[in-house]
Design a binder for this molecule. Sequence first.
Ligand code: MTE
Ligand code: MO
Length: 397
Amino acid sequence: MPSLRGPSDYFQEPPRHPALRINSKEPFNAEPPRAALISSYVTPVDFFYKRNHGPIPIVDDIERYRVSIDGLVKKPIHLSMSDIRKLPKYNVTATLQCAGNRRTAMSKTRTVKGVGWDVAALGNAIWGGAKLSDVLELVGISQLTTVTPLGGKHVEFISVDKCKEENGGPYKASIPLGQATNPEADVLLAYEMNGEVLNRDHGYPLRVVVPGVIGARSVKWLDRINIIQEECQGFFMQKDYKMFPPSVNWDNINWSTRRPQMDFPVQCAICSLDDVDYVKQGKITVAGYAVSGGGRGIERVDISVDGGKTWVEAQRHQKGSDPYVSDDMNSDKWAWVLFKAVVEIPGNAEVIAKAVDSAANVQPENVVDIWNLRGILNTSWHRVRVRNALQIANSNL
Ligand SMILES: Nc1nc2c(c(=O)[nH]1)N[C@H]1C(S)=C(S)[C@@H](COP(=O)(O)O)O[C@H]1N2
Ligand SMILES: [Mo]
């Protein structure tokens, strides 16, 4: 069995890159600087955001590590890492995004509860592992099953970590059985990230990756897969990561009225500029990422330098240059695209980016319209202010 530590034990955290911006130390929550995030199409593990709800567990005896699959199945089993490695291995390029990405900007209109994130609580990695649909076949659940003979309709993932929100119990989440058994949904039990063994921060030895869905459902440090009738009743499914309307506050909230958030909506952010940035008058490069959930690709990204009156279309980074976007949309349907536009800055300006996905969904214009008390899914148009460096310099004379 993995050795477990208590919720206040943060004395054996793994080493982390010093360039990460730390939003909370215990539990460790950090994101890379904006510019570093878009310096490569595949995010290096060191720069990949880290989102935890407790200390990083230590699974030190890999030979004895087992994942159990039980619940509403006829024959529960225990799988070792070598059992999982024997299954066909898939490499899926998928962007993982925390539902809290861009929360800090949302809290500026009205206070929200949650870890403050800038625009980099996401990353794009090549996840290597077994498909959950293949794993479930080992317990007699065939592809595209939505309900098992024993009434199982959801697949719950239970971790080995310990979180205060679960009163010291493990982090957990679930997805519908139909998604878990659909090979096209590409849900993985991943043991590799960017071709390397998954590291402790990201879920060593095994994590779930649910492409196109908010990061909260991609459970790290997997201990158990439980086939259940109703969706997981854990804190992070029922009392967190739900999208409420702007009228709901902490006095009138009724958690059971909403579903747990799954797919994330269309999102983009400018990463080549900080808010506020000082630039010389003239042409500047506006670059960033765009991504949508549910396997919807990005159709285009629009850039404005006049508050949204006029727009120009951004280019995707070309294949062959680094970073690139695959021509084969199918293989990268879960991944972000990196965009770039060269625009003329009139002086002091607000630079705006908004993305459109393959279903023609567009980001909302204003953050107030999607404000919610947990501060999730801030996908409003991304705005950064630029100031004319020369004007500022002259005014100081
Ligand atoms: N066991 C466990 N899994 C977890 C979490 C956690 O705290 N414990 N955090 C979730 C959240 S909210 C996100 S956004 C992603 C972050 O994954 P990363 O740290 O690999 O970027 O992991 C998810 N899986
Ligand atoms: Mo998250």
